[in-house]
Design a protein around this ligand. Structure first.
Ligand code: PEP
Ligand code: MG
Length: 923
């Protein structure tokens, strides 16, 4: 073989121990081609062949789907060398060379393009194959298989046409298995298959082996833009412009008798990671028999019994390849008349459980370093490991798809009402709550349900955020789902209350029926692995948790504090919502009258000398005071009632987080979210609070907003109702005193939401600090605390230097920051964002993967300006991005102190933070 020197080589040979390429050249040769070259160089038994590069694929498309002439010349010259190596000639009547043609992209894309085997056969060369093998039946079978495969894959003839003819032949002969057909039967099938091709394509089957080869190569290139391949790439985020390589390899036959066969194997069990050779073997068969599931393969042990020496050789080759690649290998092999041939090696795909075990074992075996082990496990692997999954063996019917809003699987009876969900769950039933969208009022139903499905809403919708917090599967924004009085309509079916479905929140698939689930397992390997992860990372990982239970779960998952405690969720606990509603009902009158009274008092001060005016003002004051009496009593009474409840909440959370920081955010949502909406609910509330129905309805109407997400929410509430801020601050600090007295270490961080101007923060900060002083003075107990803010509006990021003069910490609320930067509503973007991603207007849903260019720039500016003004400023993130690996990596690059995410994502964030630190170190 002549060494390659040409600058633009199109074809890379691997022939008899020599290869133009090697294992590192996956970009150019694809995974399969690189593996074949590497195995050839390593002296392993690989049938000779060559790889046409991915660069040719790009040229092919650039030339309008034409194979360039110079490429064809190189193909022919490589083919000559293969002929020489095996001592056969392509297209030769007496001693023909047959080849396989297979695609091979940089990333394996299963199902993109099948293999064409036995290429080079026609009515002349088949005679040569009979002569070579002395086995006419084998040769006829190879011929009919070739026409069948080539017809289906290269010429696009529907596969059933051939299958029907084959079945009819078997029925006619009264046999069950293909292997029972005779040479004459198979020859007859060849004739029938050729007729099928001619009928379907209007052309005779191409007899010229060179024409066959050219067509097959072009078909592989064409398949790169086939629907299956495009869909697969979209799903797996593989770029379209990589292109595929084509591998042309001399055929070896696994179907030449009982001393032949074919198989696939993994060097370790890809489901569990157990370090044993694991695979399947089919004696006397060709590759497609295994893949097509036509015959049931045997375990690899069967090979050991049939051919111990070959098995031993294969075991050695497998072990060598694993050591060589320093990772578990996925192997394809064929045995032809007792001789082993390797057809493929690649890093094996594996489950989450296997990924962790393999990484830990390979370190213990001295094959890889701890750092490599950390980089080998994908963050999504851990997601798999921590949630139940649909049993991979279960048969599934997919009803539809939505956004994978919270991972894991759940099965149960469908219910459409949170009260029904609660009732059925109390009766011991497993239920799935289905809603158009959820709101805080549905919370009890979500708690009761195994999983949640919504027709509307995106990845930061209420349903998504709450479900993730609870570690429950959730599929949001399933736009095909229709709900009406009858039940739900999806995938052409109607399901009524009580019918069963299964949600796969990891993929967003909605499946019919009550499917079996498999529980996650984390064992000693997981613990070991996570210890290494923690040693490698620099950023801290906190959790978003609103209850002591969630806090404990998160702590078990390794959370190092709470980065966001959303206090509004506490307002829905038990029957406190009635107290909250009482407060809101009277808050309008209270606020109006207090303001009026303030004005009268100011006027009185100003007009002290004017007796006449003073008298009138005093009368006005008395009237106002009388009018204010009832609303003030009810408003303050509600706050007083809420204070001990909130205090108890914080005590529970401080206990769970003993010694760790806890960031508590003041009330954020607009008040109308706490109020009822339907007439019935309004009447019920009026009854409970002994208020006229008309008054309640009027207040509900008054609080209604067109854009509540941009309305009276966040710190704007605390500024309008400083009493609420005061009550919350008091609850926090009194709880701190209570647990401090019990020897618990508390580190409260009070966080003000939705600040856009430093003056907003200043106004809230003064209340918080005053209350802290009062509580410390009254109790004699001192504690340390911080006051900081969320940065979730562009203006806050742009004026971060000013805000940092007051704030001791920043926590980027990237849910709202994404909403306000893009101008995409968090709740409604689900209606068009999937289309944006589909059409590549955006690479990802920005509510899921942080948009580095826009939102990320605001993070960068905010951090730089904030730290410039206050070098000790603590910076973190608590939007949903805090648990998304690439966003976590970005936070590391910006030098954040911590990320905060829902409890079940904590291990993922820990791993992502460690990987980001290691990647930065190796740059
Ligand atoms: C955010 O906006 O990113 C955030 C964490 O707050 P919330 O989701 O509660 O608005
Ligand atoms: Mg927010």
């Amino acid at each position: 073989m002549t060494p390659h020197t040409a600058p633009h080589k199109n074809v890379y040979r691997f022939i008899a121990g020599q290869a133009d390429g090697n294992g590192t050249m996956k970009d150019l040769l694809g995974g399969k081609g690189a593996g074949l070259a590497e195995m050839t160089l390593a002296g392993l038994p690989v049938p000779p062949g060559f790889t046409i590069t991915t660069a040719v694929c790009q040229r092919y498309y650039a030339a309008g789907n034409q194979l360039p002439a110079d490429v064809w010349e190189e193909v022919l010259s490589a083919l000559r060398e293969v002929e020489a190596a095996v001592g056969k000639r392509f297209g030769d009547a007496s001693n023909p060379l047959l080849v396989s043609v297979r695609s091979g992209a940089k990333f394996s894309m299963p199902g993109m393009m099948d293999t064409v085997l036995n290429l080079g056969l026609n009515h002349t060369t088949v005679q040569g194959l009979i002569a070579q093998t002395g086995n006419e039946r084998f040769a006829r079978d190879a011929h009919r298989r070739f026409i069948q495969m080539f017809g289906r894959i290269v010429l696009g003839v529907p596969g059933e046409r051939f299958d029907h003819a084959l079945e009819a032949m078997k029925a006619g002969r009264g046999v069950r298995l293909d292997t029972e057909l005779t040479a004459a039967d198979l020859q007859n099938l060849v004739t029938q298959f050729e007729a099928i091709v001619e009928r379907e394509t209007g052309q005779p089957f191409p007899a010229d082996p060179y024409e066959q080869l050219r067509l097959a190569i072009c078909a592989v290139f064409n398949s790169w833009y086939g629907k299956r391949a495009v869909d697969y790439r979209r799903l797996n985020k593989i770029p379209d412009d990589l292109g595929t390589a084509v591998n042309v390899v001399a055929m070896v036959f696994g179907n030449m008798g009982e001393d032949s066969g074919t198989g696939v194997a993994f060097t370790r069990n890809p489901a569990t990671g157990e370090p044993v050779l694991f695979g399947e073997y089919l004696p006397n068969a060709q590759g497609e028999d295994v893949v097509a599931g036509i015959r049931t393969p045997e375990k690899l042990d069967a090979l050991r019994e049939r051919m111990p020496a070959v098995y031993e050789q294969f075991r050695e080759v497998a072990a060598r390849l694993e050591r060589h690649y320093r990772d578990v290998q996925d192997l394809e092999f064929t045995i032809e008349r007792g001789k082993l041939w390797m057809l493929q090696t690649r890093n094996a795909k594996r489950t989450g459980a296997a990924a962790v075990r393999i990484a830990v074992d390979l370190v213990k075996e001295g094959i890889i370093s701890r750092e490599e082990a950390i980089l080998r496990v994908e963050p999504y692997h851990l997601d798999q490991l921590l949630h139940p999954m649909v049993d991979p063996k279960a048969e599934t019917t997919v009803l539809g798809k939505g956004l994978p809003a919270s991972p894991g699987a759940a099965a149960g009876a469908v219910v459409f009402d949170p009260d029904v969900a609660e009732k059925r769950a109390q009766g011991g039933e497993r239920v799935i709550l289905i809603r158009t969208e959820t709101s805080p009022e549905d919370f009890h139903g979500m708690v009761a349900a195994q999983g949640i499905l919504t027709a509307r809403g995106g990845l930061t919708s209420h349903a998504a955020v709450v479900a993730r917090g609870m570690g429950k599967p959730c599929i949001a924004g399933c736009s095909d789902l229709r709900l009406d009085a009858e039940g739900m309509h999806l995938g052409g079916r109607t399901l009524r209350e009580g019918d069963f479905i299964t949600l796969d929140g990891t993929t967003g698939r909605i499946l019919l029926g009550d499917l079996p689930l498999v529980e996650p397992e984390t064992g000693a390997d997981f613990e070991t692995f996570m210890r290494w992860v923690d040693d490698a990372r620099q950023m801290r990982v906190r959790t978003n948790a609103d209850t002591p239970h969630d806090a404990q779960v998160a702590r078990r998952f390794g959370a190092e504090g709470i980065g966001l405690c959303r206090t509004e969720h506490m307002f829905f606990e038990g029957d406190r919502i009635d107290t909250v509603r009482q407060m809101i009902m009277v808050s309008g009158a209270y606020q109006r009258l207090t303001a009026a009274l303030g004005k009268v008092n100011a006027d009185l001060e100003r007009l002290k000398g004017d007796a006449e005016k003073v008298a009138a003002l005093e009368a006005e004051r008395a009237a106002l005071e009388a009018e204010l009496e009832a609303p003030a009593r009810l408003f303050k009474g509600a706050l007083e009632a809420l204070l001990p409840m909130q205090r108890a909440d914080f005590v529970g959370i401080f206990e769970a987080m003993d010694g760790l920081p806890v960031t508590i955010r003041l009330l954020d949502p607009p008040l109308h979210e706490f109020l009822p909406h339907t007439d019935e609910e309004i009447e019920a509330l009026a009854g409970k609070l002994s208020l006229p129905v008309a008054d309640v309805r009027a207040r509900v109407m008054a609080l209604r907003e067109h854009n509540p997400m941009l309305g009276h929410r966040g710190c704007r509430l605390g500024i309008a109702y400083p009493e609420i801020t005061e009550m919350q601050a008091r609850a926090i600090f009194e709880a701190a005193v209570e647990v401090t007295r019990r020897g618990i270490t508390v580190l409260p961080e009070v966080m003000v939401p939705l600040v856009g101007d430093v003056n907003e923060l200043r106004a809230q900060e003064s209340i918080i600090r005053r209350v802290a002083d009062e509580v410390q003075q009254a109790t004699g107990v001192t504690f340390t605390y911080l006051v900081g803010t969320m940065i979730e509006l562009p203006r806050a990021a742009l004026t971060a230097d000013k805000i940092a003069t007051v704030a001791e910490f920043f926590s980027f609320g990237t849910n709202d920051l994404t909403q306000t930067t893009f101008g995409f509503s968090r709740d409604d973007a689900g209606t068009f964002l999937p289309m944006y991603v589909e059409r590549k207007i955006l690479a990802d849903d920005p509510f899921q993967v942080l948009d580095r260019e826009g939102v990320g720039e605001l993070l960068r500016i905010g951090t730089q300006k904030g730290r410039a003004a206050r070098p000790t400023l603590k910076v973190g993130i608590c939007g949903e991005h805090g648990g998304e690996p690439s966003s976590v990596a970005f936070c590391h690059e910006l030098g954040f102190d911590y990320v905060s995410c829902s409890p079940y994502r904590v291990p993922i964030a820990r791993l992502a933070a460690a990987q980001a630190a290691l990647r930065q170190r190796s740059q």
